[in-house]
Each structure stands twice: as structure tokens, then as C-alpha cells.
Write a protein of this length. Structure first.
Length: 310
């Protein structure tokens, strides 16, 4: 089956996904707005990633755009109001990456508390033969605060429970189906928590919500884990807190201005840094990519989107 619809690819995709896209559609890889201008009227669909989205300036160049299919769950880089005004459908790969992202959150928490990255460097440098590494911190009994308690936040809580931690969460509304305690005040959650895990959606509502006041409340023994969006954290405040031991450390999978992140992160020993890898497994990226394509196919066959946002 081939729809022959012209699709603009904002990101690059793994080879099997790229091959399937090119089999089903007439694809065009985005390069520059200038080069896009010659084919813009033919573009009816967009395939993109959650981090890239579709900038409004590019959307406005596509007069016949019908659908945007996102290989991810984030829509903070898409002007949804503009899309809705033009009756452009938007779909994400909701539900496909919860487990891997939750696994990364726990991996970063464990690495930060148990010093696994620092200890790896310690052993490789040959220091073990002459000295002992510093003691780490136990996981059991930690107070874990989860900021954002949607599907990913709840998957994190499910995993964290087996480590014998206490938990509470901050969310836009309580989740009565969960036994985890709801904390309606973010500052109070930070004051209570030993580990603060960010699983909140990106966008204007959450921009810089983790600021100097929240980091001060988390305190000198506190650990910040971010598998949400870089925009959720005031990075200047975070770097200051890490350099001045306002908090003990951070495990970060996402950053502002990634992949060109602030160079000061490279100098800090109390961090565990990842290259936005939370959903980056072969299995999950394959499922995500195929669902992205399936949403496009459904649209051009005149069927409802499988996982619509708009």
C-alpha cells in the first residue's frame, strides 16, 4: 500500500523506519526554509521528533499541510493553537515509551546516589590500588518526589516502590487511582524530598518551574533527576546550585539548547549526564517510529488517527 502523499521529514529516523516512510510516501528531508519553498505547496504531512516538533515559521510555509505525526510524546515545539486554527491534525506516539523513560529515571537516581559513574572513572584511572573511593548513599528509605504524575510519572513510582522508598507527587490534579501521596505544592514537595524526579510535560506552563527557590528547598543532600524537558529547569540556577553544593547532585537526560549544552556541565563531578537517551532503545524506537507512520497512513486513508492530540 502506498499513499504517494508528499511528507516532510524534519528529523532523521532509524533505517527501518526511514525505509518504510519512503515506501509508503513521497518523502522530502527538511534542510532550509529556502530549499523548502519549491516543494512547500505539495507537502501534506510532516514526520518529526518530539524535540524538534514543527516551528511555526516552517508550518506557515506549508499551505496544504494536513497532519503532523510526532515520533515522541512532546508537543511543546508545535504551536497547537495554530495547528487547530488550520485544522491540522496532530498525533504523538503516546504510550510507547513509558517503560524505557521510567527505567532511565531510576537508572539516573541509582547512579547519582551510588556514584557509579564516578566509581567507574576511579577504577579506570588506577586509583583503586592506592586509595578507596568515597562512600555513597543508600537508596532504601529515600524520600522521592515525582513532579508530573501522568503515565511516565506513575511508571516511575511503580519501579521506585521496590526499592523501599517513600514517595509523593506533584501534579496539576490528584490521581486518586494511585496510592502515592499527592502534594499540591511544589515547594513543599522539594522541601520534603531527598530525590526530585521531573516527569512533567514541557511547554510554557512548566518553563523554569525548577528555579533557585526549589533547588534551595531540595537542599544540600538533595538529588535532581530530569527525564522531562530541559526547559523545565532554570539551568543557570541549577549550575549555581551544583557548583555551590546547594544540592548534592543531578542526573540529567535533557538540557536547554541540546545538543549544544552549557559547557559548565562538563566540569561538574556531581552530575550524571545523558544525551536525551531515555527512550533510545532499539525496541522502543522501532515501536515509536512505526506508530508515527501508522498515524500518517490512517490519516491519508481517511481514518481517525490512532493516538491523536488534535
Amino acid at each position: 500500500m502506498s499513499t504517494n502523499a508528499d511528507i516532510l521529514l524534519i528529523d532523521s529516523f532509524p533505517a527501518p523506519i526511514d525505509t518504510r516512510l519512503k515506501t509508503l510516501f513521497t518523502t522530502h528531508q527538511f534542510t532550509t526554509p529556502q530549499e523548502l519553498s519549491t516543494i512547500a505547496p505539495r507537502i501534506r504531512g510532516v514526520a518529526t521528533g518530539g524535540g524538534s516538533g514543527l516551528p511555526l515559521a516552517i508550518m506557515n510555509l506549508l499551505p496544504n499541510l494536513e497532519v503532523i505525526s510526532v515520533n515522541g510524546v512532546g508537543t511543546d515545539q508545535i504551536d497547537l493553537a495554530a495547528a487547530q486554527a488550520r485544522n491540522i491534525r496532530v498525533a504523538t506516539t503516546l504510550g510507547t515509551l513509558n517503560d524505557d523513560v521510567a527505567d532511565m529515571a531510576l537508572s539516573l537516581m541509582l547512579s547519582s546516589l551510588r556514584n557509579t559513574v564516578q566509581n567507574d572513572a576511579f577504577v579506570r584511572s588506577g586509583q583503586w590500588s592506592t586509595q578507596q573511593p568515597p562512600l555513597a548513599r543508600t537508596v532504601r528509605g529515600r524520600k522521592v518526589g515525582i513532579v508530573g504524575f501522568g503515565n511516565i510519572g506513575q511508571a516511575i513510582a511503580h519501579r521506585a516502590a521496590v526499592f523501599g522508598v517513600e514517595m509523593a507527587y506533584f501534579n496539576s490534579r490528584p490521581r486518586p487511582e494511585s496510592a502515592v501521596r499527592f502534594e499540591p505544592n511544589l515547594l513543599s514537595l522539594a522541601e520534603w524530598a531527598d530525590v526530585l524526579i521531573l516527569a512533567v510535560s514541557g511547554g510554557p506552563r512548566s518553563a523554569n518551574m525548577i528555579n533557585a527557590e526549589i533547588l534551595q528547598a531540595l537542599g544540600a543532600d538533595g538529588i535532581l533527576i530530569n527525564i522531562a524537558r530541559g526547559t523545565v529547569v532554570d539551568e543557570a540556577a541549577l549550575l549555581h546550585a551544583l557548583k555551590n553544593n546547594t544540592i548534592a547532585g543531578a542526573g540529567l537526560d535533557v538540557f536547554q539548547n541540546e545538543p549544544t549544552i552549557h559547557p559548565e556541565f562538563f566540569t561538574l563531578q556531581n552530575t550524571v549526564l545523558q544525551a536525551h537517551q531515555a527512550s533510545a532503545t532499539i525496541e522502543t524506537r522501532t515501536v515509536m517510529g512505526n506508530l508515527m507512520i501508522d498515524n500518517l497512513v490512517a490519516h491519508f486513508e481517511g481514518k481517525p488517527l490512532l493516538t491523536p492530540i488534535l
